[in-house]
Design a binder for this molecule. Structure first.
Ligand code: UDP
Length: 380
């Protein structure tokens, strides 16, 4: 029998499997419904040898040195600082919206005036969430905020979430702040890189241990169930630890109603040009049905005469039909989530971890941090 059962082979599940196996010599059963490991970080080479991220672009960045060191045990890195441009009024300009963006979009005297207003109010190199900038009392800042809101955030957010920025938790748009500085990189973290051989290879290394048994193509409810606040595995009560990283509503048969998620239709295309666009990702906040185009050879460099691009078309998540990517942050959804979380608390040997199971917009480094913390809690 197994000491630990883990559901889901994304970062949350794989890191915990690795920890239990190597640090406590526990036998771990890892159950994954897909036919591959890696969750939404899964990548593979396409027919042209280009490494593509099947479930959308994943760029590793962190300020957490312990997380960086932990993951570095399982991979070498290709140092990579992500650059995103946005198509605004027919011009390609840097994102996050920063002082360079300002000077590209406005005539020199007006841009100088806005720059002066920003620096009067904020220190150089500060991040300002757009919803905060919109509350400015200064007339120039208010004008600028309304402009950036309209051109960068409003329509992108409506496409991405089916909601306006005001109707979704402010932390979502604050991920891409207005940046009062000239750093054109998308992230400012100390450590930024992609795994040299890709993410899937990292997962292979994480899970390559005799104590870990991997069961692919298996939905958790084919082998286990929750009944009377107890967990049953193959119809027997299971007393070991259970780590669940899937959707919580699924675990409890949607008894409080479905938890909404946002999905994306990922459309890949090979184009017979050496380079398709000026940056790895170009966002299209306005016009078009898609939100952004990512060109993968700009993330994982390779010599090839063609290139692979990905257009992302956001859509509602429909159970059994597409992939849940993002929890949708509204008050109502959060309340429903908390009802499910209370059910988890009733079960002594169950822990919910990860973006789906905790209904949180975790980045990869956040998930690894959380998995390491969960493991350490078992140790104390
Ligand atoms: N966002 C936006 N316009 C942009 C980029 C981002 O309005 O050009 C908002 C949008 O609501 C998006 C959120 O900021 O969902 C977070 O963007 P991020 O690039 O972090 O999203 P992810 O890469 O996680 O999909």
């Amino acid at each position: 029998m197994f000491d630990v059962i883990i559901i889901g082979a994304g970062f949350a599940g794989a890191v915990l499997a690795e920890r239990f196996a190597t640090q406590q010599n526990k036998s771990v059963l890892l159950i994954e419904r897909r036919q591959h490991i890696g969750g939404n970080c899964y990548d593979e080479r396409d027919d042209n040898g280009i490494l593509i991220h099947k479930y959308g672009p994943h760029l590793f960045h962190t300020d957490d040195e312990e997380v960086w060191k932990y993951l570095s045990q399982f991979t070498d890195w290709h140092v990579y600082h992500h650059h995103v441009e946005a198509m605004i009024d027919g011009q390609i300009v840097p994102l996050p919206f920063n002082l360079n963006t300002l000077h590209k979009l406005f005539p020199p005297r007006l841009a100088d005036k806005f720059e002066g207003a920003l620096l009067n109010r904020y220190d150089y190199n500060t991040k300002v969430p757009i919803l905060k900038l919109k509350q400015s009392t200064d007339k120039d800042l208010r004008y600028l905020a309304d402009y950036v809101y309209e051109k960068v955030f409003l329509h992108y957010t409506e496409k991405q979430w089916g909601l306006s920025p005001e109707n979704i938790e402010g932390a979502v748009t604050a991920r891409v702040p207005v940046f009062v500085g000239r750093d054109d990189r998308y992230f400012n973290d100390r450590f930024q890189a992609v795994p040299l051989k890709g993410y899937t290879e990292v997962f292979r290394k994480l899970l390559n241990h005799t104590n870990i048994k991997l069961m692919l193509n298996t939905k958790f409810n084919e082998v286990m169930r929750v009944e009377d606040d107890k967990i049953f595995f193959l119809d027997q009560p299971f007393e070991g630890q259970v780590i669940y990283t899937g959707q919580l509503d699924d675990l409890f048969n949607e008894k409080f109603g479905a938890l909404p998620y946002r999905s994306v239709d990922m459309k890949f295309r090979t184009v017979n040009v050496d380079s398709y666009q000026p940056a790895a990702t170009v966002n299209y906040p306005n016009n078009y049905d898609f939100t952004r185009i990512t060109e993968f050879k700009k993330i994982h460099p390779i010599n090839s005469t063609s290139t692979t691009i990905l257009k992302e078309y956001p859509q509602d998540y429909v159970r059994g039909q597409n992939t849940p990517y993002y929890p949708i942050f509204t008050e109502e959804n959060q309340k429903r989530y908390e009802q499910y979380a209370a059910e988890v608390d009733k079960i002594d040997n169950l822990t919910a971890v990860g973006r789906l199971a905790e209904y949180r917009y975790y980045d990869m480094d956040d998930i690894i941090r959380r998995a390491l913390d969960v493991f350490n809690n078992f140790n104390t």
